[in-house]
Design a protein around this ligand. Structure first.
Ligand code: CAA
Length: 397
């Protein structure tokens, strides 16, 4: 921890880059906590388990000292005039009183352990992309029977192949044996008809991030799934309430936002809409723990915790590059603060099209002009340089 603090507060150019990108992110985390959107524990856990950060943002403010962050932001604000760089009121207060977010949080009620209210044995997954494949793998490895539905046999076969490839990788590393692989594979059932989801206890959908497409699916799931089945969406930016509203069971509709790569990242944001029943939220949180994930709770608002904190930082990195700082220097400066990837490396993993769509949704939802998607992000998307998936993004692969 001290190593990270020393790196961020050093006098060199890399530390200057880190402060320019980290301080607005820390400020936003402070605002999010102050608004009551999520608890300190969940905000910190979200960035650690969703993005592999060594420390959550509010713990990082405490480690750096609120006054260090508030002064850094004030300097940044002098340069940029951006309202987003004005220290959040709570951060400013902590800076003056030399107190911490940990002390602020301990004044609140302690979180209770979730309990399951519905048995969840059989799981359905809809979708055949990277996220859907990862989610199928996670549930099957945790011992659940999984029915996954693709639009064609070829797409369903691709899910099976991706899961098998990951299991083979685990065998090659000595972390799994052939019997273990067979047991996981035996729990999988591929289907091309949604009717196959009639007897599952929960459906997790990871199809296209398009509201009309999701609404059509939710209407169908409502028709097909047995009473009491939980209907979960992995959306990162669409409204859970709108998905719930087209069903006859809005209390059973919830968000389960996994992170990329799903088999590795431990976080699931469990997103309750106003109509989601607390029992369903508790059941889903317990299920997350059962499959080895760390659930955090948040409300039905664009970006939830992680994307709202992460993507403005990634966008800021692109703008910093536009101002003349080489991409490699930015990636290196951030990795020196122990982030697992530099911002341009991560943009290429997530996909620049996905990142642009998320950033656009965040601007619409929050109205911060300072979050307007960077011109270069828009340009690489227009040129089809979407990241690793197209062989070229900010970096070439
Ligand atoms: N699928 C399955 N397993 C994978 C994998 C993949 N795509 N990539 C890596 N792994 C596994 C490896 O097999 C390895 O497993 P073991 O430890 O069991 O051997 C483990 O992950 C670590 O991998 P590596 O040692 O090869 O690589 P690493 O140490 O560099 O870690 C990483 C890779 C875990 C991805 C790490 O770089 C990281 O945490 N990056 C940050 C990723 C991130 O921020 N994700 C969130 C993006 S935002 C999002 O997803 C939300 C949205 O809505 C878009």
């Amino acid at each position: 921890m001290q190593e990270i603090v020393d790196r961020i507060t050093a006098e060199d150019e890399a530390a200057g880059i880190a402060r320019t990108l980290l301080f607005p992110y820390l400020n936003h985390a402070a605002t999010m906590f102050e608004s009551g959107y999520a608890t300190k524990a969940d905000i910190d856990a979200a960035m650690r388990f969703g993005c592999g950060y060594p420390i959550g943002p509010l713990d990082l403010v405490d480690a750096l000292g609120a006054s260090t962050v508030a002064e850094g932001l004030a300097h940044l604000h002098e340069r940029t005039g951006d309202q987003l760089h004005v220290p959040a009121p709570l951060l400013a207060r902590l800076a003056v009183s030399s107190s911490t977010f940990a002390e602020e949080a301990s004044a609140g009620a302690a979180a209770e352990e979730p309990v399951s209210h519905h048995p969840v044995a059989k799981v359905g997954v809809v979708g055949t992309g990277t996220m859907a494949s990862g989610i199928v793998e996670v549930f099957a490895k945790a011992g659940h029977d999984v029915v996954f539905v693709g639009r064609t046999d070829e797409k369903a076969a691709a899910v099976q192949a991706r899961v098998e490839k990951n299991l083979d990788r685990a065998i090659a590393k000595g972390k799994l044996d052939e019997a273990g692989k067979s047991a996981v594979i035996d729990r999988l059932t591929a289907a091309t008809e949604r009717e196959a989801l009639g007897d599952v206890d929960i459906v997790v959908e990871a199809i296209a991030e398009d509201l009309d497409i999701k609404l059509e699916l939710f209407r169908d799931l409502d028709r097909i799934c047995k009473p009491g089945a939980i209907l979960a969406t992995t959306t990162s930016s669409l409204s859970i309430a709108e998905c719930a509203a087209v069903t006859s069971r809005p209390a059973d509709v919830i968000g389960m936002h996994f992170f990329n790569p799903a088999p590795v990242m431990k976080l699931v944001e469990v997103v309750s809409a106003d109509g989601t029943s607390p029992e369903v939220a508790d059941t889903v949180k317990t299920l997350c723990l059962d499959i080895g994930k760390h659930p955090v709770s948040c409300g039905d608002r664009a970006g939830f915790i992680v994307n709202a904190l992460l993507f403005p930082y990634l966008n800021d990195a692109v703008r910093l590059h536009e101002s003349g700082v080489p991409m490699g220097d930015i990636d290196d400066a951030m990795k020196a603060t122990k982030l697992p990837m530099g911002p341009f490396e991560l943009l290429d993993v997530v996909g620049n099209d996905v990142s642009l769509a998320i950033q656009t949704t965040l601007v619409e939802a929050f109205g911060h002009e300072g979050w307007t998607p960077a011109a270069t992000l828009q340009k690489v998307v227009a040129e089809g340089k979407l990241g690793r998936k197209t062989g070229e993004g900010f970096h070439t692969y």
